[in-house]
Ligand binder design. Structure first.
Ligand code: ATP
Ligand code: MG
Length: 418
């Protein structure tokens, strides 16, 4: 019997897996330079954390969670997103009592029971950032700029940024009511009519053409913002422009999670096929209170690692990543293996990238492996070399070969490579 990865999941295999690492590194580097500390939270949490923190009316909670009962009878859920767990950890460790904002970044696996397709998986990974405990348009702008810088550092040119404001608890209720009144007059199916009553903003996010066509005249949140929200949003926009980050206003941009307020944004890429979002986020001033904490205005984002690699592929950026190997060791025989093994270890400790031929192949097979390895030098040891107390060092680009005394080969190779 053989096995396959479960539906909606896949393996990152070399050499392509190098790009997953490069994306995690590229998207997190700007955060680390901006004072964000690294946080790692559990892959599963109390189910109630997500049902309260993400919201019962969202697709995530109502349809997409991997929920199970532990042996101890507790309901646990594989995390579908990162923000709720990070906020839980901030509150549990009392970080809200220290200097604010608390700035954190993370990277890991997330799980959603979705209809699997290209770019939409049941297990995917994100790099995320959260800035907890401050209401300051510069913080919203900082996070957006850092994400844009991350994409740019990866070489991506086709990432577009959409921004919007969803208002606050002062102005959102009136907008919500106006939207509801509009939506009640449309021809919608039963589940969508229910959604109109529970979470009308999310209807704006409906992707079906027959629904979209009816939304043309829907009232826009931007026409209903209170003075404070308007001023805040203007400030964010001004800071983005000042930092040289291009954006487009999208008054229909809402996000799937219930806890967003004010600033929301999404990064899109048009080379992904069925979907276009590579990342998104926004301000979530209400989340802390929803999960039992004090008022803690916060802002954050999550960028999809898998889709970012797909976007890079669409832009032709996934060239071959050269395997960085300095030396490939070729022992010919058992005694040679015994002698060359400590040299390999010593070279690695000296900081060189070194691999060796395994499995006792003959000269021909081993030299083929050396060529294929992409190494700059081969270090070949046969019985005759051992007798002579030397090892052959072959430059694999020029094919020049010289005998080097065994006692000196580590220093010689260190000198050549540095
Ligand atoms: P979508 O509208 O595509 O369903 P979303 O709004 O559910 O996205 P978020 O919860 O904002 O996505 O997650 C942030 C990012 O994580 C997305 O922009 C995307 O790049 C990535 N992402 C989300 N769900 C998946 C998934 N099922 N497979 C791969 N990547 C995903
Ligand atoms: Mg989704």
């Amino acid at each position: 019997m053989t096995f396959q990865a479960p539906k909606g999941t896949f393996d990152w295999m070399p050499p392509r897996s190098e790009w997953a690492l490069a994306v995690r590194e590229g998207l997190s580097a700007p955060l680390r330079r901006a004072g964000y500390g690294y946080i790692e939270t559990p892959t599963f949490e109390d189910t109630a954390l997500f049902s309260r923190g993400v919201g019962e009316s969202t697709d995530i909670v109502s349809k997409e969670m991997y929920t199970f009962e532990s042996r101890g009878g507790q309901s646990l859920t594989l995390r579908p997103e990162g923000t709720a767990g990070v906020m839980r950890a901030v509150l549990e460790h009392g970080l809200q009592g220290g200097p604010l904002p608390v700035k954190l970044w993370y990277s890991g696996s997330y799980f959603r029971y979705e209809r699997a397709q290209a770019g939409r998986y049941r297990h995917f990974s994100q790099v995320g950032a959260e800035a907890v405990g401050a209401e300051d348009p510069a913080l919203d702008a900082e996070l957006i700029v850092l994400a844009a810088d991350g994409y740019a550092a990866l070489g991506l040119r086709g990432v577009r940024l959409l921004i919007n404001s969803l208002g606050c608890k002062e102005c959102r209720p009136a907008y919500r009511a106006a939207l509801q009144e509009f939506l009640r007059g449309l021809d919608l199916d039963e589940p969508t009519r229910r959604r109109v009553e529970i979470n009308p903003l999310r209807v704006l996010d409906d992707k079906r053409p027959e629904v979209r066509a009816q939304l043309t005249g829907a009232p826009l949140v931007t026409d209903h913002l209170c003075g404070a929200c308007k001023a805040y949003h203007e400030e964010v926009r001004g800071l983005l422009s000042a930092a040289g980050v291009a954006y487009a206003d999208d008054p229909r941009l809402v996000r799937g999670l219930d806890y967003y307020t004010r600033t929301t944004f999404e990064f899109l890429h048009d080379g992904l096929g069925a979907q276009s979002a590579v990342g998104g986020g926004g301000r979530y001033d209400g989340l802390s209170e929803m999960i039992g904490g004090p008022a803690l205005p916060s802002v954050g984002w999550a960028l999809g690692v898998d889709r970012t690699v797909l976007a890079m592929e669409a832009e032709g950026l996934l060239g071959e990543r050269p395997r960085h190997l300095d030396v490939f060791a070729v022992p010919l025989g058992e005694e040679a293996r015994r002698r060359i093994f400590p040299l390999v270890s010593e070279l690695r400790r000296a900081g060189l990238a070194v691999d060796m031929a395994f499995g006792g192949r003959g000269v021909k097979g081993a030299m083929k492996a050396a060529d294929r390895s992409g190494a700059r030098y081969a270090m070949i040891l046969g019985d005759r070399d051992i007798e002579a107390g030397a090892v052959q060092v072959k430059d694999l680009t020029t094919a020049d070969q010289t005998a080097v005394p065994l006692a000196e080969v580590v220093d010689v190779l260190k000198g050549k490579v540095s």
